[in-house]
Design a protein around this ligand. Structure first.
Ligand code: SF4
Length: 344
């Protein structure tokens, strides 16, 4: 028999809802792959693209240091530096992904650095190059919330007539104190404004969040989930904080200035986060993907499937699921706010 998971959530353990009692219901959250399969009728896989952009938090526009967790590669493959065109990156990845995942269609994922950090005249041909392949059915653009404007969003929105289009905004935390601490160079309000500016253009929004940032508590994590639930972003990507050797956090971590959560603690945080999200939000990922060669810690972040199993068991043991704490708390709080605003 498994050990019962410890509940770190301030509001205590919930009860199982009737809609999750079906024995066929394996996952207790909206899984991205299932969503894509429903939409396209086959396995759809992302192909990561390095389009040669930089980042304003690295190139001196905002700072030269970068976010404290960033390893300097900006989650990139370095393919652009090696002179590999966008088309070539897509062409060479397709057979590998088709073999490994039986994928039949693909999403071009502009992942490296900040993929809207250029004028529209530069952005347009790069996005177009990725969409020339008829098996590429979607475009996903990773960027910072302070790097979009109407003109760029109009360009990105223009692809929605023919493709599934995602924009992925790095938020990391809904606490400005945390964002300052990790040198993000933008505020929570920047994120809210970017989401508002994007909505209504048929562009799907994914928010990127890191759990376990230095100084963050369960209350911070709940606040982040609640903000995303309120904003009704279409998807989230969650991963644990891990430290790589070239990241500015490496030294403070080695010298014991902060600690990283255990796998158990992370699984509990993810469960808590999912409970407070909107029930319809799509979960694009629940774990990180560090480079084994440069990982400083925690070592468990290399064992992706063990971490996913732990999260699934944690949800099961707590008999909980995505959105479990969404409706009543929110309605109650909206009601309270209404009472306060009308009585003042
Ligand atoms: S915004 Fe992204 S690429 Fe830029 S410093 Fe932060 S993590 Fe690195």
């Amino acid at each position: 028999m498994r050990n019962q998971a410890i509940c770190f959530c301030p509001s205590g353990p919930p009860t199982i809802p009737p809609r999750f009692t079906c024995p066929k219901m394996i996952r207790r959250y909206n899984d991205f792959n299932a969503y894509l399969r429903n939409r396209f009728g086959c396995r759809v896989q992302k192909i990561t693209v390095d389009a040669g952009f930089t980042c304003p938090n690295r190139d001196g526009t905002l700072s030269g240091t970068g976010c404290l967790f960033c390893n300097g590669k900006g989650s990139g493959s370095g393919a652009a530096r090696l002179g590999r065109s966008i088309e070539e990156q897509i062409r060479s990845a397709k057979p590998r992904l088709a073999k490994r995942y039986k994928a039949k269609k693909f999403i071009a994922y502009f992942q490296s650095f900040t993929n809207t950090h250029a004028p529209v005249e530069v952005l347009k041909p790069r996005y177009n190059q990725a969409l020339r392949d008829p098996e590429v059915v979607g475009l996903a653009i990773g960027t910072r919330p302070d790097c979009v404007d109407r003109e760029k969003l109009e360009l990105i929105g223009s692809f929605t007539a023919t493709h599934m289009v995602w924009i992925e905004y790095g938020l990391q935390s809904a606490s400005d104190r945390t964002l300052r601490r990790i040198n993000r160079g933008h505020t929570v309000q920047d994120f809210v404004q970017a989401v508002r500016l994007t909505q209504g253009r048929h562009i799907l929004i994914c928010a990127h969040v890191i759990l376990g940032l230095p100084g963050e508590t369960t209350a911070d994590i709940v606040r982040t989930a609640r903000l995303l639930a309120d904003l009704r972003v279409e998807a989230v990507k969650i991963h644990n904080l891990y430290v790589e050797k070239d990241a500015p956090l490496a030294e403070p971590y080695r010298s014991g200035q902060f600690t990283l959560p255990s796998r158990d603690r992370y699984a509990d945080w993810v469960s808590c986060f999912l409970e407070h999200l909107h029930p319809e939000t799509i979960i694009q990922r629940l774990t990180g993907d560090p480079d084994p060669e440069s990982l400083v810690g925690p070592s468990w972040s290399l064992e992706k499937s063990k971490t996913l199993t732990k999260i699934h068991r944690c949800l099961e043991d707590r008999q909980t699921y995505q959105g479990r704490r969404y409706p009543s708390r929110y309605l109650l709080e909206n009601f309270r706010e209404g009472v306060e605003s009308t009585s003042s």
